[in-house]
Design a protein around this ligand. Structure first.
Ligand code: SF4
Ligand code: SF4
Length: 397
């Protein structure tokens, strides 16, 4: 099982409750960024390019709790920066766990082992360790040798002490699918609960602009990655999100699904784009022109984005929002992905910028188990689609 049953039930109840009340826009995962400081400087990072005065700032625990209460999402992902550098991260985690939020503390692993004493194992707490590939690829992506081994040792230590551990991997142009499949094997051997994997977002601020994946490149990559998956692999994604990455299920972005709160306030419109800040969650939800975002909006900043902070909530909504989505998810969970033989048409000759990792912090562990085995049989259920509801007006409770 990729996530505890209690988490799956909590998320399902939350989503169904919103649907029963006719609420169309609701948050599933609060992205809580308590600081932007980090002990790495990865080439694809779009989060750490602030002056020192900003990098020194931290959210106080009370600010974090107020944001969690205001937004009400059942899952809280704590990215950064590196959250383990926060002077009061233990208080923040304890307070969120006390509120029965499922917390994913995202870390590059460098300080994880030495920080374990600060935390108590709990079904409400998981460490999400950033792993961008096998040793060589990972160390190159994070621009520091030895990082992979430190992170692996930290995962082993955390597992020994009874903590839930997941991994997150951000993929870029030039990655070898076979090598990433090897990473999945390695992480499975370490006993991680589930793996998250996503294409990197084209951050304008990222130093490396040469390795971001275009949409068709993402689809080709994921078709290879998920071809005949090992039965040992566990993914922290919904089946429909993985199908979306393979180009077999259409989704539109629902950026309100993963609202982001940090030292500046509520970030508009999503975790990846920081166009503006709102003082309250309600203001974010009610005053954002959501029609300006997502691939169908034509917004160039959204053109190649297939990142889970925008599309995993859409996959959850598609799963619970239609019998077709639910059936397709159940079918994939039981029978695995249908093989795809046809190739994805090549990209047009527009320019392709790209870059290494950066979205290690995103979370998608919000529901159903990902497929466990492949099948050579053809799935006959028709591919469906979810068109994001763009109706105007407040959907807040
Ligand atoms: S991508 Fe993550 S680990 Fe790398 S510098 Fe940015 S915040 Fe730190
Ligand atoms: S597609 Fe969605 S998640 Fe991606 S950048 Fe645009 S608004 Fe943000």
């Amino acid at each position: 099982m990729t996530v505890p049953l209690s988490q799956m039930i909590a998320v399902a109840r939350f989503v169904l409750g919103k649907k029963l009340r006719g609420i169309k826009r609701y948050p599933l995962v609060l992205m809580l960024e308590p600081l932007f400081r980090c002990n790495l400087a990865c080439g694809g990072c779009g989060k750490i390019q602030f002056p020192a005065s900003i990098l020194r700032r931290e959210l106080a625990p009370q600010d974090c709790f107020r944001a969690a209460d205001e937004c009400g999402a059942p899952i809280v992902s704590i990215p950064g920066g590196e959250p383990l550098l926060h002077s009061r991260i233990d208080e923040i985690v304890a307070g969120l766990v006390q509120r029965r939020r499922f917390v994913y503390l995202c870390t590059n692993g460098l300080k994880l082992e030495e920080s374990l004493d600060k935390f108590q194992p709990s079904r409400f707490l998981a460490f999400s360790v950033h792993m961008d590939g096998p040793r060589e690829e990972h160390d190159r992506a994070v621009c520091r040798e030895g990082t992979f081994d430190i992170a692996v040792n930290a995962i082993k230590a955390a597992r020994r002490r009874g903590f839930r551990v997941t991994t997150n991997s951000t993929l870029f142009v030039g990655v070898d699918p076979q090598r990433i499949r090897r990473l999945f094997d390695e992480m499975s051997e370490l006993g991680v609960e589930g793996m998250m994997v996503s294409p990197g977002y084209r951050y304008e601020k990222a130093p490396d602009q040469e390795h971001f994946l275009a949409r068709n490149q993402t689809r080709r990559l994921f078709r290879e990655l998920l071809r005949n998956p090992s039965p040992r692999w566990r993914f922290n994604h919904t089946p429909l999100f993985l199908e979306f990455l393979r180009g077999k299920w259409e989704l539109e972005c629902t950026p309100w699904g993963n609202p982001t709160y940090n030292i500046f306030g509520w970030q508009r419109p999503c975790y990846l784009l920081d166009e503006e800040y709102c003082q309250t969650f309600r203001e974010l939800m009610e005053t954002t022109d959501w029609s300006r975002y997502g691939q169908s909006s034509g917004n160039p900043k959204c053109r190649d984005c297939m990142v889970h902070c925008g599309y995993e909530p859409s996959a959850v909504a598609a799963t619970f929002g239609s019998s077709r989505g639910l059936l397709r998810s159940a079918w994939i969970s039981l029978r695995g992905f249908e093989p795809i033989e046809e190739s994805v048409p090549p990209e047009s000759n527009r320019s392709r910028r790209s870059s290494p990792h950066a979205d290690h912090a995103l979370q998608g562990p919000i529901g159903l188990n990902a497929p466990r085995r492949a099948t050579s049989e053809l799935v006959t259920i028709e591919t469906g689609s979810l068109a994001a509801d763009r109706s105007v007006g407040s959907d807040l409770e």
